[in-house]
Design a protein around this ligand. Structure first.
Ligand code: SF4
Length: 80
């Protein structure tokens, strides 16, 4: 107990050379992905910080985008 404020960081990356701006990821999760004027999906934050209790929920959203992206250009890592 005690460390109830524990935060976890997640970094989401898009391979811009591959992304075609189809906006599927944005449609699934607009708080994480944003297709900009350059026609590429940008992570809305470089590092997403969440409570440990919210991590699974966040990862489920990210994983859905990762597996749905037609060009498989989304990756992520959990930074402890
Ligand atoms: S789903 Fe993939 S290809 Fe489509 S905008 Fe998102 S990152 Fe780019």
């Amino acid at each position: 107990m005690g460390d109830h404020m524990a935060k976890v960081k997640v970094r989401v990356s898009v391979d811009f050379a591959t992304c075609q701006g189809c906006a599927t990821c944005q449609a699934l999760c607009s708080e994480i992905f944003e297709v900009r004027e350059d026609g590429k999906a940008w992570p809305t934050k470089d590092i997403i910080e969440v409570e440990e209790s919210e991590l699974e929920n966040l990862l489920n959203k990210i994983k859905e985008a990762v597996t749905t992206c037609p060009l498989q250009c989304i990756t992520y890592e959990v930074i402890k």
